[in-house]
Structures are given as C-alpha cells and as structure tokens.
Design a protein around this ligand. Sequence first.
Ligand code: NAD
Ligand code: FE2
Length: 447
Amino acid sequence: MLECPFKSFVVFLLLLFVLQFKDGNPIEIVANACRQDLTSTKVSLFPFPPVSSRLYFFKLLITSYQLLMSISQFNFPTTIRFGAGVIKELPDYLKKNNIARPLVVTDPNVAQLGFFKAVVEDLKAKGFAAEVFSNIHKNPVKSDVYAGTDAYDAHKADCIVGIGGGAGLDVARAILLRINHREDLFKYDDLIGGDVYVTNDVPHFVTVPTTAGTGSEVGRSAIIADDVTHQKKILFSPKLLAKIVFADPMLTMELPAFITAATGMDALTHNMEAFLAKNYHPICDGIALEGMRLISLSLEKATKNPDVESRSQMLLGSMMGAIAFQKGLGVVHSLAHPMSSLLDTHHGLANAVNIPYGMKFNIAGFEDRFRRMARALELKDETGDGVVNYLFDLNSRIGIPHKLREVGVKEEHLETLADLAFADFAHPNNPKPVSRADFRALYGEAL
Ligand SMILES: NC(=O)c1ccc[n+]([C@@H]2O[C@H](COP(=O)([O-])OP(=O)(O)OC[C@H]3O[C@@H](n4cnc5c(N)ncnc54)[C@H](O)[C@@H]3O)[C@@H](O)[C@H]2O)c1
Ligand SMILES: [Fe+2]
C-alpha cells in the first residue's frame, strides 16, 4: 500500500531535480506539496523551515530514498466479532452468505460439550443441513484431514465452520486447503516452500475459538503431523484465513483449570516471543505488549475462579498473541515443539514449563526489551531477572510445574530433544542465535 505513493514521490522528486537546473528554484513547491504526506508517515523527518536552498532539496531526496529502502508490509485483515453471546450471530451470518450445508469441524471431546451441541442444534433448527466431523487425534495427523475431506465431499458441504481449540481449528483449516488441492497434503508444507502450490480458491471458512491459547482462529497456518513419524508440518497460506471469527468468551467458561493454565501460558509465550522476535514489526510489538498485559491481569483468575471478564481478557490476549506472532516466535517454541512430537506433551504445557528458561537465555543484550515487557506486566522489578521470576511465580500460582521431569521428560530424552529443537522452524527468529549446545543446556537446566 505504501509502496506506490513513495515510488511516485521519488519519480516526482527526480522530475523536479531535472527542473531545478532548468528554471532555478522548484524546492518550495516540492516541500509544500510533500509536507502533508511525509509528516503523516510518522517517520522522524527534519522540520520544515522556510525552504530556500538546494541542500534542502537533496535532503528530501535522501529521506525519500531511506523511506523506500525500509518499506515493510503489515497485514491485519481478519474480521472478529467479539463478545459474550456473539455465537448467536452465526446462523444469520451463514444465511447472509448463502451458505446452507456447513461442515462443522471440532475434536471428539468438544463434540460432546453442551455449548457445542447447542450451536449445532441452533443451526439445524434454523434450516441448515449442518454435519459434524470430529474424528481427530489430540495432536492432529494427516489421516484426520483426509477423513474430514471425505466427510465434506459426502455431505456436499458449502462451508467449513471450525469450532474448538488449536487442534480442531487446525484440522478445519487443513481440510479447507485440501478441498481444492488434492495432491499429497505435505506437498503444501510451508517449511519446504509448499505454500507456492496453494493457488486455488478455498471454501468459505468461519472459526470459533473454545480455548484461549493458540489463537489459531486468527491464523493462516495449520500444524498437522505425519501419522507414522509424528513429524509436524505447517500448512500455510493467506488463503487459509477465516472470513470471520466469532470469539465468544462464554464458550470458554467451562474450560478445566489445567487447560486454562496451559493454553493461557501458550498465549503469553506467543506475545512475549513475538515482542522479542528479531523481525521489524512495531505494530505487532504494540499488540504483543497489550496482549501480555491482558493475560497477566486475567490468567490466574481465569484458572482459579473464572468470570466473564477474565475469560474475555484471555480470549483477547490469545488472539493478540497469534496476530503478533506473524512477526516470529523463538527459542521457547523450539524447546516445546519436540516435546509434543516425541512425548505427546500438550503444546501449551510444554511452552509453560520452558518459558522461564528460554526467557532467561534471551536477557543479555536485550535488557531494554525486557524492561518494556516488565512494564507491560506491571512488575516492580523491571529487569530481565524480574520477568523470569514473574514467570516462575505465575506457573506456581496456576499449577504448572517448574521442571521438565515433572511432565514426563527423562534424562535419556534430552539428546533427541536437542536435535529436534535445533531443527525446529521457530528459533531462527529468536533475537539471538540458538545453537544445538544451547538447546541441550537449556533442557538440562529445566530438567
Ligand atoms: N495454527 C497455529 O497457529 C497453532 C499455533 C500453536 C499451536 N497449534 C496447535 O494447536 C493445538 C493445541 O491447541 P489448544 O492449546 O487450543 O488445545 P486443544 O485444541 O488440544 O484443546 C485442549 C483440550 O481442551 C478441550 N477443550 C477445548 N475447548 C474446550 C472448552 N471450551 N471446554 C472444555 N474443554 C475444551 C479439547 O477437547 C482438548 O481436550 C496443537 O495441535 C498445536 O499444534 C496451532
Ligand atoms: Fe504456541
């Protein structure tokens, strides 16, 4: 969006540069014409004094060149309907979009919950031919996606409504991809550049989160494992964004305490790792700081004594984390991913136990970033150590263990975990490089 105006601006300046030699002093015209555009970019520019020299013209040219060189792209296109009771809008929304035969995708556990049955009953009562697909694994695998695609075909569905935590929503998104992309699912693995093959249209896609953790509802990727090797693949494309998210905190009210704590720590990890990630994205940085603030205000309450406010803040904080982590993640997610693939540890729990150690690793050289996180978390101790102590303390308060051995990791797992962590996709965006030896040392410390 920014690119075109800047390009035309530079062409404009070059034109006037030529004119300069022709008829003397066009500088004032340039400055007046550009004053509004340049100041509205909020990039720190020189003040606009009365213009009278050629030097000033060259400054304009150099500044515009610098702006061009630092052009970034920021995308935030998802429509989110948020609030207690907003799920009631789903049937009207589908009707307005001429949808009659939704395939509702979830996991087998959520499929049995009262609120889920009520949503499906409501759709049926309003004349929709709604079919449920819920036969998926806890850590979803490729065959789940193929079975879901068969269900879509058999039902002659015209839309996918994903309702669930990260697992249900990831399978829904992967089915969405497969409907019009029928080659082997892992051909589209983003880690091997497979996103370029996602070229066809996808069906209408609606997401409804029921955990406050992964934020998959606002994401563009699905994490699906190989049935045999359990290796996780990432299916990614901007086409896989939901057309609309119905984020209703009431659907998360009955989340058990342990799942609230683990998924909540996943959301906190997203915000903190995104804020530290080395890519340039000040918009995501701002979202991440506010996301971590909301989670720090509400996670303990949501875990121990939930009310609508704490559930609402957690749901927002988790969506903000997922929006922010388009900037990147880091060492903590790379420590966590192998624990899910090797030991089937819940993703949020794996992050929760590892985050204090991963954050401690990142402090040196990034003290200012830690100070900003400490302020967002409203800590008295604004140092990196203050942030790490806060994380250990928060884990204690919400029932998350401090040590990996308490969640089933054993000494003999550490070498394999370190190999897998080093090969993981998340840590290249960590603010500082992480070697295999670093991963081994971090697991050793956390054991
Ligand atoms: N797409 C992404 O960007 C992304 C990012 C991180 C993780 N993930 C994936 O997300 C998955 C983890 O997601 P998650 O942490 O949301 O957990 P989850 O989806 O595995 O859900 C955890 C448990 O909570 C239950 N549950 C869900 N909603 C409930 C509710 N309202 N009330 C009671 N129980 C409920 C589920 O049935 C399940 O047993 C993993 O498969 C991970 O790979 C995806
Ligand atoms: Fe995560």
